[in-house]
Design a binder for this molecule. Structure first.
Ligand SMILES: [Fe+2]
Ligand SMILES: [Fe+2]
Length: 627
């Protein structure tokens, strides 16, 4: 390898240590190359090995998350569920080794500086116990405080570091939500400070000043009071969900529905044409390696067809009574339209079977169909009652739309176990097509469980997770489903592409946050998506989130339209809920609180009939649209 290549290789590395190695090597190489070519080659190899070795160390720097994995695995093996649940902030520290403590003190959040710096850690004063490593590592608690627009107060701890790595620790062993955030300044004001080599790698650096955000999962929450001495420093932001990465105290959970050898949590979705396909998803314990669906036309006496389930391992290490289960999904194709199929899930090696269940494919023509719109099913008790009452009342439909906040804590599996268990008699025979709400992708941690559990059309916006946005057609109606928790911009581009292509008679959009119903609430969505809904004549926009029922007049340019044309926006909620008076509504044709609402929508060629009913069947709102 020629010397310039080696230098290039060395300077590619992030760490400051490389520059000194390269300078030192250059002198040695010049001498060696002249003195003896063999010596030159040997030196090249030795230095290359050192470089690669050091780089391997840098890449495998121990992280706090790795230590937590080790700690939780060890404790779960030797402690009972009750003992795990009884761990406190005080006792947690005694359950970890010296090395693990070091990892938790330095490996949660780290970065490299090019010059000596002073690091300020802003720690919520509402957190009962300060992160243990602040005092132990001689961070000094100052008299400075910072506050944000929610009135949350943070005390400021500071420490000087030489140029190089700055490693910071966990937010604490508790469940306290506001994570600390960080400001950095050069010790010498004349120095030009550069930060790099971040862990986590997606670090955003803002400026410490009033108006700056600190949490990316709550961008409306910004700093209000920032002491002068901190203003202008580099501000390292985070997400609130990181608070819980080391929550040994009160972080262990259990599920009321641990997985078993039986197929459970059975539910239906579509990722392709509802006329000819059906997705079936279910769950089993980790011993079950194989699952198949046997199906045929109902009462046909024909031989069964088999469709194998694709297995995904679902792990939730904090779920003490069921940390790992197997999730199965199968996509059945080649079905006949408007046909009832019977199916049974089989775990052949364990000789376990589900009950015989049925689903119905969509008709090939534009005949009348019905769907239900439910929303915010995030309260398990309320949702269980809702499903039970819907059965008693006799609701029926071809499919269900759920406009988000399906569960309360979307990154904890026990909530999904409850939803899919309480809803199983409905969801195992009627497909439910959902959208992501803020509770499904909570605290900036993404919607990983939702995206695993629901196999949806792979035709949505690029640059955001697959299945987070999608479109599907049923009869003469096309549905456009959006994700308010992902970037809006790629979805705006996607909507602008797919809406004009639609040949459907009726166009219905669904997203979690409600535009045009509350003053100044989601202005970007109103501007970017609302204008597209208007331009491409979307008829209905189904939403949730605010936990009351409200329906707008047809909207044009943000106001009730003069000619009665324009999208109608509806927000609804299916669990018991608050009254609406707390929020200043606008554009309202109908509004009421109390929740427990199921919207029943019948589409019959050029007529759309809307009825909002309580789960007990009482009619609360109605309208009819004609084309
Ligand atoms: Fe919500
Ligand atoms: Fe909600």
């Amino acid at each position: 390898m020629p010397l310039p290549s080696l230098l290039l290789l060395a300077t590619c590395y992030d760490l400051g240590v490389w520059s000194s190695i390269v300078i030192m090597s250059q002198t040695t190489f010049d001498f060696a190359a002249k003195a003896h070519p063999v010596c030159y080659k040997a030196l090249l190899i030795i230095v290359l090995c050192i470089l690669l070795g050091l780089n391997a160390n840098a890449q495998s720097a121990p992280t706090a998350a790795e230590a937590m994995e080790q700690i939780v695995t060890r404790l779960s093996a030797v402690m009972t569920s009750d003992e795990l649940s009884a761990i406190t902030v005080a006792s947690a520290g005694k359950l970890i080794t010296h090395e693990e403590k070091l990892q938790l003190s330095t490996g949660h959040w780290f970065f490299e500086t090019n010059v000596p710096v002073v690091v300020s850690v802003m720690r919520s004063t509402r957190q009962t116990t300060a992160p243990f490593w602040l005092a132990e590592r001689e961070f000094e608690k100052t008299d400075l405080t910072v506050s944000n627009t929610e009135g949350w107060k943070y005390e400021v701890w500071q420490k000087s570091f030489p140029a190089g790595t700055v490693g910071l620790g966990i937010n604490g062993f508790d469940n306290h939500l506001p994570h600390y955030f960080v400001a950095v300044r050069p010790q010498n004001p004349a120095d030009n400070l550069t930060l790099r080599g971040f862990h986590p790698s997606n670090q955003v650096v803002h400026t410490m000043q009033a108006g700056s955000l600190t949490y990316h999962d709550w961008t409306e929450l910004v700093l209000e009071n920032v002491p002068e001495s901190l203003q202008g420093q580099k501000l390292l932001t985070t997400i609130r969900g990181r608070s819980r990465e080391a929550s040994l105290a009160s972080g262990f959970r259990s599920t009321p529905f641990p997985s078993t050898l039986e197929p459970t949590s059975v539910h239906l979705t579509w990722s392709d044409d509802p006329k000819t396909t059906q997705n079936i998803q279910w769950r089993a314990s980790a011993q079950v390696e194989q699952g198949i669906v046997q199906f045929r036309k109902s009462e046909s006496n024909k031989p069964f067809r088999n469709s194998a389930g694709k297995l995904t391992v679902m792990s939730d290490r904090m779920l003490v009574n069921d940390p790992k289960c197997h999730w199965f999904n199968t996509r059945i194709t080649g079905l006949a339209p408007d046909t009832v199929y019977e199916y049974q899930i089989v775990h052949p090696r364990h000789d376990r079977r589900s009950a015989w269940l049925t689903f119905r494919t969509a008709p090939a023509d534009d005949r009348r169909f019905r769907f239900l719109h439910i929303s915010d099913t995030q309260d398990p008790k309320g949702t269980r009652e809702a499903f039970e009452q819907m059965t008693k009342t006799g609701f029926e439909a071809d499919f269900i739309l759920n406009s988000g906040d399906l569960v309360d804590v979307g990154n904890e599996r026990q909530d999904w176990d409850m939803l899919l268990n309480y809803g199983e008699t409905w969801l195992s025979r009627i497909p439910m097509m959902p959208c992501i709400g803020n509770h499904d992708a909570r605290l900036g941690l993404g919607a990983e469980l939702y995206l695993t559990l629901f196999d949806l059309p792979d035709n949505g916006a690029e640059e955001i997770p697959q299945d987070a946005s999608y479109t599907f057609r049923y009869g003469n109606t096309e549905f456009f489903v959006l994700d308010v928790m992902s970037d809006l911009e790629p979805q705006t581009r996607w909507l602008a592409e797919v809406l004009p292509k639609s040949s459907a008679t009726w166009k219905i959009a669904m997203l979690h946050f409600p535009p045009f119903l509350i003053e100044g609430y989601v202005p970007r969505i109103e501007r970017d998506w609302g204008s597209l809904f208007q331009e491409h004549e979307v008829d209905l926009v189904l939403t949730g989130h605010v936990h009351y029922y409200a329906r707008s007049y047809p909207i044009r340019d943000g106001k009730p339209s003069a000619d009665g044309r324009g999208p109608i926006y509806v927000t609804s909620v299916t669990i018991p809920s608050r009254e609406f008076e707390r929020v200043p509504p606008r554009n309202i044709a109908k509004i009421f609180g109390g929740g427990r609402i199921v919207n029943v929508i019948d589409i019959d060629k050029n007529q759309l009939r809307w009825e909002a009913r309580t789960t007990a069947g009482e009619l609360k709102d109605e309208f009819t649209l004609l084309k």
